[in-house]
Ligand binder design. Structure first.
Ligand code: GDP
Length: 192
């Protein structure tokens, strides 16, 4: 596994032209997105683990194994700016999702300890409506007992029966293989 930071793009058109498939990560601030990217890359400091949530308003691009781009979307939430435009979330995320034919899988990450927020539901509905391929990463699962985790995930799957939920934690490696497999499958499918 080799992973390197390519660049921060401030609009989707700044993403370098490339045939490589794209895997995107998205989630609200503090769900553990940067930690998960570092974990996937097998290095400590590829993505910044931020003490100041919500500051990164860029698409951060990483190249994994020379095979695919990981596009880390800015943490979403309903900012005042987005609200005043009557939009659910940032235009940059929307633009990226709408105009990226090489996007093959989205890892939508939530902090399992918190209920699905209004913004998470908005994104879930958007992705489903747009028929974009995604899995829901139920993160920080180490904070739960196995039965609690199961119960919380069931609550989500009762509401969203068609989505794939992957429990994950960087603390005990739970879900790591499943996440890697989902990415691998999407990258292979793109190549075939
Ligand atoms: P981001 O804002 O989504 O990029 O989140 P970070 O990666 O900066 O992580 C936010 C906080 O959650 C940090 O204090 C991390 O140490 C913590 N964190 C990240 N992943 C996990 C996990 O799997 N389990 C637990 N218990 N904490 C985690």
């Amino acid at each position: 596994m080799s992973a390197k930071f390519l660049k921060s793009a401030f609009r989707p058109s700044d993403i370098p032209e490339s045939d490589k498939p794209q895997i995107a990560t998205m989630g609200r601030s503090n769900v553990g997105k940067s930690s998960l990217i570092n974990h996937l890359a097998g290095v400590k400091n590829l993505a910044r683990v931020s003490a100041m949530p919500g500051l990164t308003q860029a698409l951060n691009l990483y190249e994994f194994d020379g095979r695919y781009l990981l596009v880390d979307l800015p943490g979403y939430g309903f900012s005042e700016a987005a609200r005043s435009r009557g939009k659910g979330f940032e235009t940059m995320i929307e633009d990226y999702l709408a105009g990226s034919p090489r996007l093959k899988l989205i890892l939508l990450i939530i902090d399992g300890r918190h209920e699905l927020q209004e913004s998470d539901r908005f994104v879930l509905n958007q992705l489903t409506e747009e028929k974009l391929p995604f899995v829901l990463v139920f993160n920080k699962v180490d904070k739960f007992s196995p039965s609690e985790a199961k119960q919380s995930m069931k609550k989500i799957s009762d509401q969203y029966p068609t989505i794939t939920i992957i429990p994950h934690s960087i603390k005990n490696n739970v879900g790591f293989g499943e996440l890697r497999n989902a990415i691998e499958k999407a990258v292979r499918k793109a190549a075939s």
